[in-house]
Design a protein around this ligand. Structure first.
Ligand SMILES: [Zn+2]
Length: 136
């Protein structure tokens, strides 16, 4: 009697030249491994095995994982400082770097006021109001 054999692979894309890792017997194992490696997809293989143990049909289905860990090279959050008075701006990774930049700028240019924006993938650019007052 014909039967179906199923196994799972973790893969980094749906392209022809993708990296695949596996096989795993369960989706849970494949998903755990994909997360560890920062892979965004699972590939589910179905082999239809015939009476003579020969593979009659191969089916594969890509499944996109909902929450792929961020790669180290793409920080999720960036801080933008921009002077409201003269328009000079800079990008920072850390909050303290933005503060130092603003301190120097406001020291060198009397009465200039630096604004802070936070950029993340979900909301785009968003101003953080009153940030200078909070740390004064
Ligand atoms: Zn300025």
């Amino acid at each position: 009697m014909a039967y179906k054999e199923i196994f799972w692979m973790a893969c980094d894309s749906t392209e022809q030249l993708r990296a695949e890792y596996g096989p795993f017997h369960t989706r849970i194992e494949a998903e755990a491994e994909a997360k560890k490696m920062g892979f965004g997809f699972l590939l589910r293989y179905e082999h239809m095995i015939g009476d003579n143990d020969d593979i009659q049909e191969v089916r594969c289905i890509f499944i996109e994982l909902p929450d792929v860990p961020q790669r180290a090279s793409q920080p999720a959050r960036k801080l933008h400082t921009r002077c409201a008075s003269c328009g000079e701006s800079a990008v920072h990774e850390e909050g303290w770097q933005a503060e130092v930049w603003a301190d120097i700028h406001e020291f060198e240019h009397t009465r200039h006021r630096v604004r802070l924006f936070e950029q993340n993938r979900a909301d785009g650019l968003k101003e953080i109001a009153g940030w200078r007052d909070a740390c004064a």
